[in-house]
Design a protein around this ligand. Sequence first.
Ligand code: MN
Ligand code: MN
Length: 285
Amino acid sequence: MKQAFFRLVTFIVLSTFAVACSHDDDVAPTTTATRDENLAMGNPSGATANPANFSNYLLTKAQYTLSYNRDQGKPNWVSWHLSSAWLGSTPRQDNFGTDNTLPTGWYRVSSSSYSGSGFDRGHNCPSADRTNSVEDNSATFLMSNMMPQAPASNQQTWAGLENYCRTLVGAGNELYIICGSYGKGGSGSNGSASTIDDGRVTVPAYCWKVVVVLPVGTDDSRRVTATTRVIAINTPNTNSINSSWENYRTTVDAIEKATGYDLLSEVSTSIQSAVESKVDSGPTN
Ligand code: MN
Ligand code: MN
């Protein structure tokens, strides 16, 4: 009898301990940054991985997801997740190259397609956002991730926001970044152009970016609230652009109107209404 009682007490103590441990396992990972789904905030244009959909072709890579436009020789938009789990010490590979995963028969923009055009090979997903391996960094140099961008826009205005995004990651956040370009005709270091590479690559008139800022955690699209910081910019593709990205802040709604896309479509419509109609006024560095 005494022994049975002792066994019962032991059983209760041990099972209480086991329950406490499994509960800890459930809550522990919220402070650990992971690599999450690049398209978690939604597919802005309903892109599909069907070659017949040549102007809105979904291309999914481990490092980013994009909608490619065959006849423009550039992406419509690129979407990626950024957290400290994507960042390391891999140096910039600078190995610009053709994307051989595009459907058979499609024109493949090459590393020299922009040569002498007066436009930079402007990364959508930046090299410095994928530095955890040579493979990850090299993926950002595929020409399917490039847009012809005025040098001042690429090297100053956009570089400034890209750096600020990584500052936000260093402060304990994870980000979802969606950017793209639309329209036709920009002005680079050799003056105006509507296309380059013998008409095979469209020079966009505007380049835009949307950044969703969340403290590191899980279940990200459901954690967006009406007060989540969302930064949106829309920049003219001209070399006379102001170097400060904050001068180009706008609403997500304005970008949706200009492009016809639905951004952040994985977020509930009531939260979208709140975050998409505001112009960010937060810190800029
Ligand atoms: Mn909207
Ligand atoms: Mn939306």
